[in-house]
Structure formats: C-alpha cells, structure tokens
Design a protein around this ligand. Structure first.
Ligand code: FMN
Length: 313
C-alpha cells in the first residue's frame, strides 16, 4: 500500500506532518517516539533573532480546543541551523522551517539562511500568526502584502515555498491565489482562529496578550471548509490543518482536496497520535479497496459543484 505523497517536489513517506508550534523543533520528542515515522516536521516559527514570546498566561483550554498567544517564542534561525538541524536531519523525515518576520526583508533573510542549510526540505511561510503585534497577520490579512512577502521569499530561496494562510479573512481564495501568483509551491491551510476568553471575576482576558489563536477539534469544520475552498481555487497543492485528532479527521481534509495534513493541538493530548492515525488511515484504505492514499485526494462528492481538479484543469 502506498502512503507516500509529494508536495511541491518534497517526497513525504506519509501525508502526516507535525504542525508548527506544537512539536517544538522535533528533537524534544526524540526518545518519546520514532521521528522517522512522521511524514514531516514543521518546526516552531523562527525569526532571525531569538525571541521570548508573550508574557504568561499564554495558553487557556476552551471547549474542544486551546486558545494560545505564545507570541512566536524561538531560538532564532542561526541557532536552529547550527544546533538543532544537524541532529534533526539524522531522522529520516522531511524537515520544514516555519519562517517568520517583522518585515518583508526579515522573511527573505530567514529564507536565505535556510537556503544554504543542508537538510531543510521546504519553507512554510508564517503570514498568519494572530499573536504578534508586527508581521504575522498584518501580512496574511492583506492580499497585496501576502503577494509581497511570498514574492520576496520566492526570490530568496530555491527551496519549496509554502505560505501558511489565515482563517481570519472573509475569502481565503483571494489569499490562496495571491500566494500562488507570487510563486508559492504549495499552501498550508489554516492557522488559528482569532479568539478571546474572559475571566468573569476579574473581567479581564484570560491570556496576558488579550486575544489568542483558537486551535483543536473546535475549529475543524471551519478548517476543512477553508482548505477545501483554497484547494479548489489554485493549482498548487494544499496541506490541510485544523483540529485533526483521528484518521477520519485527516481523511476529511484529503477528501476535500488536500494532499497532506498537519497535526497540531492533538500532539499535546497524545504525542503518539501520528502512529495511531497512520494505522487507522491504512485500515481505511484497505476497507475501501484502495492501495494508494493519493486516490482519496479531492474525491469529495458535492452535488452541484465541480470537483477541485475540474476547476483547475
Ligand atoms: C501552542 C501553539 C503554538 C503554535 N505556534 C505556531 C507557529 O509557531 N507557527 C505557525 O505557523 N503556527 C503555529 N501554531 C498553529 C498550528 O501550527 C496550527 O496551524 C493550528 O494550531 C491549527 O491546527 P490544530 O487544530 O491541529 O492545532 C501554533 C498552535 C499552537 C496551539
């Protein structure tokens, strides 16, 4: 049975990646699970310099979800390339860097550093973080800025460029097309949904930052809808993200037209979740007499609407 997929020229042994910010830099899980079983790891977001992130509290549980405002804490791209990457590439899995920046130039600069670093399979461009004052959503919430950042990253690297789109927009297809036009090789859909949790006793936000990004099963139907819309609107492949905690969840995204998926918040509940989903995914394929996971991609029966591939071709 073939579980392998290809995204923007990156061969993944299976369609399950660990989502950025929910799996550290990967090495934290050495000894807990076999990293080579993962299709890939998208590392925590990285700027040029190290960052402390936002003050605590910066995580609060919500019904079927998590609201976070970590604020992109990280060690900086040079320390990652020097100290983490050489150990990470010993594991037979695709390593993607989640690229961040306060300015267009910084996105390009981080990408340039990655370009020269052996072992990085691709760049996920984080233009959708709702938890930072500069950058983040400022780029992913305006199609012209999306185009500008993606074009700058495109120029700075030969690595596959995968912008990560925000759900905090009215029409994700506008952003998907802007990113594609600017030279993106694939898209990641979606980042967290902007939320607010209030402590009614103090009448203050529960997070020190105020608002945060909602993730987990609570967002899955929104994520599937947006990933589906994005996949229908572009020719490049889409990676689905949002609330995946089972093979059935992952399959929703694949059937909606995504070529691979990322698992985020569910890692906090069960660090071995990839293995379980992979086993159940294979069982599903067998039950449906399919010998290739790619055969389910974009097979959504949606009466009255053409399939994604028919829109593209
Ligand atoms: C604690 C936390 C930290 C995150 N950090 C990042 C990050 O650094 N870069 C990024 O692009 N997305 C980040 N995300 C968003 C996830 O990668 C993912 O897009 C989102 O959580 C939805 O997927 P999920 O519902 O499976 O968690 C973070 C999410 C959480 C919960």
């Amino acid at each position: 049975m073939n579980l392998g997929v290809e995204i923007a020229g990156i061969r993944l042994k299976n369609p399950l990646l660990a989502a950025s910010g929910t799996f550290g830099y990967g090495l934290e899980y050495e000894g807990v699970l076999d990293l080579s079983r993962l299709g890939g790891i998208v590392c925590k977001g990285l700027y040029m310099e190290p960052r402390d992130g936002n003050p605590t509290p910066r995580i609060v549980e919500t019904p079927a979800g998590l609201l976070n405002a970590i604020g992109l804490q990280g060690i900086g791209i040079r320390a990652f390339v020097r100290d983490v990457l050489p150990r990470l590439v010993r594991h037979d899995t695709a390593v993607l860097v989640n690229v961040c920046g306060d300015t267009v130039e910084e996105y390009a600069e981080v990408s340039r550093v990655c370009d020269g670093a052996p072992g990085i399979a691709g760049l996920e461009v984080n233009i959708s973080c709702p938890n930072v004052k500069k950058g983040g959503l400022a780029f992913g919430g305006d199609p012209r800025m999306t185009h500008e950042v993606v074009a700058a990253v495109r120029k700075a690297t030969r690595l596959p460029v995968i912008p990560k789109l925000s759900p905090n927009v009215a029409d994700i297809t506008v952003f998907a097309r802007a990113a594609e036009e600017a030279g993106a090789d694939a898209l990641s859909c979606i980042n967290t949904l902007l939320g607010l949790v209030i402590d009614v006793e103090s009448r203050r936000p529960r997070l020190a930052f105020g608002t945060g990004g909602l993730s987990g099963p609570a967002i899955r139907p929104v994520a599937v809808r947006m990933a589906w819309q994005a996949a229908r609107s572009v020719r490049i492949p889409v990676i689905g993200i949002g609330g995946i905690a089972s093979a059935s969840d992952a399959l929703e995204f694949l059937i909606a037209g995504c070529r691979a998926v990322q698992i985020g918040t569910a890692n906090f509940v069960d660090p071995g979740i990839h293995e379980r989903i992979l086993t159940d995914l294979a069982a599903y394929l067998e039950r449906h007499s399919l010998d290739d996971v790619n055969a389910v991609v974009g097979t959504l029966e949606y009466p009255g609407l053409p399939r994604p591939c028919e829109v593209c071709e």
